[in-house]
Ligand binder design. Structure first.
Ligand SMILES: C[S@@+](CC[C@H](N)C(=O)[O-])C[C@H]1O[C@@H](n2cnc3c(N)ncnc32)[C@H](O)[C@@H]1O
Length: 220
């Protein structure tokens, strides 16, 4: 998501710096230290304007939610949304302005309970396949971050990216708990929190694809 430069973006981020911890000097072995309590860590990668992060932090008050976004202008929207919903949830939401390629410098292995990838950029040109957030090199990073029994959830409107993701998971021998090409009409959608892109595509009648897997001992 590219966005026009936000007016006073740096100042607006600075005003909400409590939501944006500094980059840790070493990978965090206990990401709950970012919060005032220990709780399962849910991590969203590519959070965009933050609607999902805020919705999940409000819905799952028993979790600590961390959202990553690579563009600071987009992050302005996310942190302002998080501030606006702070009275509906505990202090359980933090953000990092960071590229997913740096994940292993932020989190130590086996420190994350759930990973969410929502409407990741499809990078349709073959030459850019390695940039897709479900490329096998990224999937290997996620497997490393997840605890045993940890889960990854992926939603997208993009059929080509969805098919690519299934192939990449197959190549790594990862079996999905569910795969659906009509997520909103499936039992898996119970309790679903919509993202900004998801709302837009569903309003246009585009079916949403979704899958999830659980990290098993053999995936470690
Ligand atoms: C298509 S938007 C979807 C936003 C949101 N997840 C939603 O569903 O509404 C993809 C988002 O992922 C971010 N993104 C793309 N590649 C990323 C990366 N390598 N690391 C972190 N964020 C990334 C983009 O900047 C953008 O905000």
């Amino acid at each position: 998501m590219r966005m026009r430069k936000k007016k006073h973006g740096a100042e607006r981020l600075a005003a909400l710096s409590y939501l944006l911890p500094p980059t840790p000097p070493a990978p965090m072995t206990d990401p709950s230290a970012l919060f005032s309590r220990s709780a399962p860590i849910y991590l969203e990668i590519g959070c965009g304007k933050g609607g999902f992060a805020c919705g999940m932090a409000t819905k799952h008050q028993d979790a600590n939610f961390i959202a990553l976004e690579k563009f600071s202008d987009v992050m302005v929207c996310a942190v302002e949304k998080a501030e606006a919903c702070k009275d509906t949830r505990p202090d359980n939401l933090r953000f990092f302005i960071a590229d997913a390629v740096t994940l292993l410098t932020l989190f130590a292995p086996a420190t994350v309970d759930r990973i969410y990838l929502n409407f990741s950029d499809p990078w349709p040109k073959k030459g850019y396949a390695k940039r897709r957030l479900t490329h096998r090199e990224f999937l290997k990073i996620y497997l490393s971050l997840l605890k045993e029994g940890g889960e990854l959830y992926f939603k997208t409107d993009n059929v080509t990216l969805f098919d690519f993701t299934i192939e990449e998971l197959d190549a790594l021998g990862i079996a999905c708990r569910y795969i659906t090409r009509d997520f909103h009409n499936s039992p898996e959608a119970v309790g679903n929190v919509m993202t900004e892109y998801e709302t837009r595509f569903s309003e246009q009648g585009v079916p949403i694809n979704a899958l999830a897997f659980t990290k098993c001992r053999k995936d470690a």
